[in-house]
Each structure stands twice: as C-alpha cells, then as structure tokens.
Design a protein around this ligand. Structure first.
Ligand code: ST9
Ligand code: ZN
Ligand code: ZN
Length: 356
C-alpha cells in the first residue's frame, strides 16, 4: 500500500531519508542523528554506481538544436531592441518564479498554500519554464529528496557533474527511480485541478507559452524582428533558465558550505542562489525542506522567491507559510552541522515570526 502523504513529509528533527530502510546511505543518514558523523567520502565508496543506461538520442538532438539556437540568440542580442531584452529578462524571472515559488515550494514541498488565482498564475509561469509538467517536476523532485544521491535519485550527483546537471535528461531513468518513485504519495497533486489541467494539455501549453507568446509579443507590441523575438526571449531565455535551474542539481550538490548537515552533499552556494533567485541554499533546503523560504535568511541574502511569496501573503493570495524555528535550526546545526560563522550570519533583526 502506498504511504500517506504525511508519512512522506520530513520533520525538522528527522534525517531527509528517515522513512527509507533499504540503502546503505539511509542507514548512514539515520545513524547521523545519534552517532558521530560519518564522512560523505566514506559513504560514497559504499555505493555502487550503475550508469549503463540507454541514451535517448531524440533528446540529445533536441537539446543540441536548442543550444545552437541559444548561441545564435546571444549573437542576436546585439541587434535586439531594448524592450526585447527587458522582456526576455522579465520572462526569465517569471519562469524562475514558476519553478521556485510554484513547482518547488508550493507543489513539490507544500511549504505554503495558495488560492486559485495564484495557482493559475504560477502554473502559467511554470509552463513558461518548460521543465516538464508540474506533476512530473514535483514527482521527480520528491524522489530526489527522499532518495538523494542514490540510484533512485533522478539526477544523482554521485554520477558526476554532467549527469546531475543535464545528462539525466538525455538517457533513460534508472529503474530504481521509477520503482521507488511509485511509492511516493502524489494524492495532493492529483487532487489539484490546476495541476491536472496543465498536465492534460502540457505539450500545447508549453509551445504556446514558452515559444509562441515570447515571439509574438515583441513583434506585435514594439515591431521587433520575428527572428530576434524567437531566438532571444524565446530560445535563449529558455536555455538560460534551464542551466540556472540545473546548477542547483550540479553545483549546489557539490560545492559550498554545509552548516546544517555535514553528512549530505547539498551545500550553501551563494553564487547559485544569485541566478536561481534564492534557491542556492541547498544544505538548508535538504535539511529543512518544509521551510517556504528555502533558506535560513531572507532579504539579507538574496531571496526574491521568498519575497514574492511574502507579497502574495500580503495581498491575500498565499497563506499558511511553514518555517522552522531558530531553536530547531540551532539544535540541528549542533547535532549534524557546525556553528562556524553563526554569529556573523545571524540576523537578529529578522524575526522568524511566521513559525507555524
Ligand atoms: C528539466 C527539469 O529541465 C529540471 C528539473 C530541475 C530540478 C531542480 C531542483 C532544484 C531545486 C529547485 C531549484 C529551482 C531553481 C530555479 C531557478 C530559477 C531562476 N516516479 O520520464 P519517463 C514512470 S525538464 C514514479 O519517460 P524514461 C512513469 O510511469 C527539461 N514513476 O522515463 C512514467 O510515465 P508517466 C525539458 C516514474 O523512459 C514512466 O516511468 N524536458 C518516475 O526513462 C516513463 O517516464 C525534457 O527535456 C518517478 N520519478 O525517460 C524531457 N519517473 O510520466 C526530458 C518516471 O507517463 N525527459 N516514472 O507517468 C525525458 O525525455 C524522459 O523523462 C527521459 C527518461 C528520457 C529523461
Ligand atoms: Zn537537491
Ligand atoms: Zn526541494
């Protein structure tokens, strides 16, 4: 029988994979709660990596074409009107919010609740990013959290930088992704009519919102050349946002500080966060996935996605933001992380007043 959603959710004092009971990694992570920390390098040695899966040449061809198109888009930037460049940036930001505030924090982790108009807006933004439907994105992401850095992780960072960055989209999924993914509760996603509608018409919506609209708007509104409109706010903006998102799976799973949990790969990476509008604080996020801010800090360290959710709360479109108390963060740092630099990082003016 499939587990209930509540069983899948991770509480702050639990290891990310605390429901798992089959892999060496999980045993290690569970032990980490009580025993001295085992080094990540030691754990890596214990995990056999199976990488002999068929390449999907269709995807290789499509991504090659898109990347060539994006390069042409870079060249065309020099000939684009300023309105077109601004429009491309706005689309990048909106698509980013569709991933961070939408697919990630709202649908995959349920860190806050959103009313119907906001859910529709975020679904449009998420479609603009063309990173698979909300349903598929959230399903893969839940599997990623529950089975991080194992064969069941769709973009297992232990299979190397390229695989975790984009290689995982160019080959068949490891059977364990599908097998263990089938046990992940998805009832909430199936029950959301916005998610269901987007899933049903995904291909058509993706073409219209991600490629047709960005091409037609500059052409109609400020008489931009159609080729420039297609390659700059269309293809280049799309590929750029993809790479920024993928950096979270590759760079932020390899390099950075680990103040919250030293036993896991995800790290705090400010460089990634700057592009990923507040999603580079990945050690915090994997330790406390239920926090809507996906970071211990707000405005002090660039986090526009959190500001967007706060604003939506202010205008009554979002509510029930979930977060973690300072006390809990400190306890966890003492148990599995470290307190180095804490006094510098701690922003005493920033209350975590929305602790519920
Ligand atoms: C893209 C996604 O780019 C990017 C996600 C990034 C995530 C980042 C997370 C980081 C945190 C957030 C940070 C945000 C930062 C944002 C910054 C913003 C400024 N569980 O998939 P199929 C089953 S997408 C359970 O075909 P194959 C299921 O029955 C880019 N079951 O597997 C499924 O059927 P269905 C654009 C699962 O054949 C069936 O298996 N998109 C699961 O091995 C077959 O599934 C593309 O390029 C699961 N997890 O093919 C598309 N998975 O779905 C690329 C599968 O009908 N994808 N099943 O239920 C593909 O072509 C294929 O998936 C494949 C694998 C070739 C990769
Ligand atoms: Zn991750
Ligand atoms: Zn996440």
């Amino acid at each position: 029988m499939a587990p209930r959603l509540e069983e899948f959710e991770v509480r702050p004092n639990e290891s990310i994979t605390s429901n798992e009971n089959t892999t060496t990694t999980t045993t290690r992570q569970r032990n980490a709660a009580a025993a001295p920390l085992i080094r990540r390098e030691e754990a890596a040695k214990k995990e056999p990596q199976e990488i002999d899966l068929p390449i999907v040449w269709r995807n290789v061809a499509v991504f090659t074409m898109l990347h060539l198109g994006a390069l042409y888009g870079v060249y065309l930037c020099f000939y684009a009107k300023w309105q077109t460049l601004l429009f491309a940036y706005v689309l990048y930001f909106c698509g980013g919010l569709g991933i961070t505030a939408g697919a990630h924090r709202l649908w995959a982790h349920r860190t806050y609740k959103a009313k119907m108009p906001l859910r529709i807006l975020l679904a449009i933004f998420q479609t603009l990013a063309v990173q698979n439907s909300i349903f598929e994105w959230s399903r893969d992401h839940r599997v990623h959290h529950k089975h991080s850095e194992t064969n069941a992780d769709p973009h297992n960072a232990k299979r190397g930088f390229f695989f975790s960055h984009m290689g995982w989209l160019l080959m068949k999924k490891h059977p364990e992704v599908i097998e263990k993914g089938a046990r992940i509760p998805l009832d909430d996603l199936n029950a959301d009519p916005v998610v269901a509608f987007q899933k049903k018409y995904y291909r058509l919506l993706a073409i219209l919102i991600c490629f047709v609209m960005p091409t037609v708007v500059p052409w109609l509104c400020w008489s931009e050349d159609l080729t420039i409109a297609y390659f700059v706010p269309g293809v280049l903006r799309y590929i750029f946002l993809l790479h920024i998102t993928w950096l979270v799976n590759s760079v932020a799973h390899m390099w950075g500080n680990r103040p919250y949990d030293k036993t896991i790969n995800p790290a705090e990476n400010l460089f990634v966060s700057l592009g990923a509008i507040g999603e580079g604080f990945h050690n915090y996020h994997h330790t406390f996935p239920m926090d809507y801010a996906a970071s211990e800090f707000g405005a002090k360290y660039f986090n526009p996605s959190r500001a967007f959710i706060d604003f939506m709360c202010f205008i009554g479109q979002a509510y029930d933001r979930r977060t973690v108390s300072r006390e809990m963060i400190m306890q966890r740092r003492m148990r599995t992380g470290d307190l180095a630099g804490h006094s510098h990082n701690h922003d005493s003016n920033e209350e975590r007043e929305y602790d519920y």
